[in-house]
Design a protein around this ligand. Structure first.
Ligand SMILES: Nc1ncnc2c1ncn2[C@@H]1O[C@H](COP(=O)(O)OP(=O)(O)OP(=O)(O)O)[C@@H](O)[C@H]1O
Ligand SMILES: [Mg+2]
Length: 280
């Protein structure tokens, strides 16, 4: 099952359309969830006090609209709705426990003016174990390409597997981007090395990662894209011509305390196309 969180915002409508489309491709049902945060109302009231129906009425309307949109776009998909009270991030995280995929909008109705990705979506991308797809509000034309970020850590393998799947479902090309940079030194060490050799070694990293998974998806054509650039710059540039960018939640440089690696976080914020974060 694919779960989509809706709050009535433009980006969450885009998320519904994306989720319904993916549910159609995967032949799985779609569950549309709206969480009504009643904590502000319950402050100072005895636990278990009844909630006035007016608190839930708007939520029902959000769900009715989202369901109608899903049915209009993908009539063949079995779509159901669920209204829950609680904290949006906690409820969606819990619901995602037995889902194949969780889809959200990049922004919602709240947040501060300059935020690129809202706190609910950021929290989910940092915690949920199934793939989390974050969809921006802008409607972009189909490009026929899925981009995946590949590094030299095994953590990117689940992301690669998900990207292969999506490329196959969409009949899209898979662009495997591996960006690398020489470390920056104030006084460069006087080492003698061959740049072509470094480049060839990097390409081999990508080839090795792609080879094993590629056997399960022989129909997918793959572009190996090795660039000397910062991975965030490389992935955002590639995203301009992609229908989806897939990243792992962490890479080689993972800080133990960070829930999301800096590449994943920045791609999530700055790519214009939908971004999938896939946890190892
Ligand atoms: N109450 C909710 N119920 C279901 N899904 C929600 C809810 N709130 C947010 N979402 C999902 O998360 C997405 C991003 O919204 P989010 O709340 O993170 O951003 P925001 O409202 O702009 O800022 P803030 O973090 O301050 O609330 C929405 O597009 C929607 O998919
Ligand atoms: Mg919000």
């Amino acid at each position: 099952m694919i779960i989509v969180g809706v709050d009535g915002s433009v980006a969450s409508r885009a998320a519904v359309e994306w989720a319904a489309g993916d549910a159609a491709l995967r032949h799985v049902p779609l569950r549309i969830v709206h969480v009504v945060d009643t904590s502000w109302y319950q402050v100072g009231k005895p636990p278990g006090a009844a909630l006035p129906d007016t608190l839930l009425r708007g939520g029902r309307q959000v769900l009715t609209e989202a369901e109608a949109l899903a049915r209009e776009r993908q009539p063949a998909v079995e779509a159901t709705t669920e209204l829950v009270t609680g904290s949006p991030a906690d409820v969606l995280r819990e619901r995602a426990g037995d889902a194949a995929e969780l889809v959200t909008g990049s922004r919602g109705l709240g947040g501060f003016a300059g935020a690129l990705v809202g706190s609910v979506s950021m929290h989910l991308a940092g915690h949920v174990h199934c793939p989390v797809v974050v969809v921006h509000a802008a409607h972009l034309p189909a490009q026929g390409e899925v981009v995946v970020g590949v590094d030299d850590s095994p953590e990117c393998e689940p992301a690669l597997a998900f990207a292969y799947e999506e490329a196959e479902l969409r009949g899209a090309t898979l662009r495997a981007v591996h960006a690398w940079q020489l470390p920056v030194h104030a006084y460069a060490p006087d080492l003698d090395f061959d740049m072509d050799e470094v480049r060839a070694a990097r390409l081999q990293v990508v080839r090795d990662r792609l080879k094993t998974l590629g056997r399960d998806h022989p129909g997918v054509s793959v572009v190996e894209d090795v660039r000397s650039a910062h991975p965030v710059d490389a992935l955002i540039a590639a995203a301009e011509r992609a229908d989806l960018v897939v990243v792992g939640s962490h890479g080689r440089g993972a800080l133990g305390s960070a829930l999301l690696g800096s590449v994943s976080r920045n791609v999530l914020q700055h790519a214009r196309c939908p971004v999938a974060v896939v946890r190892a």
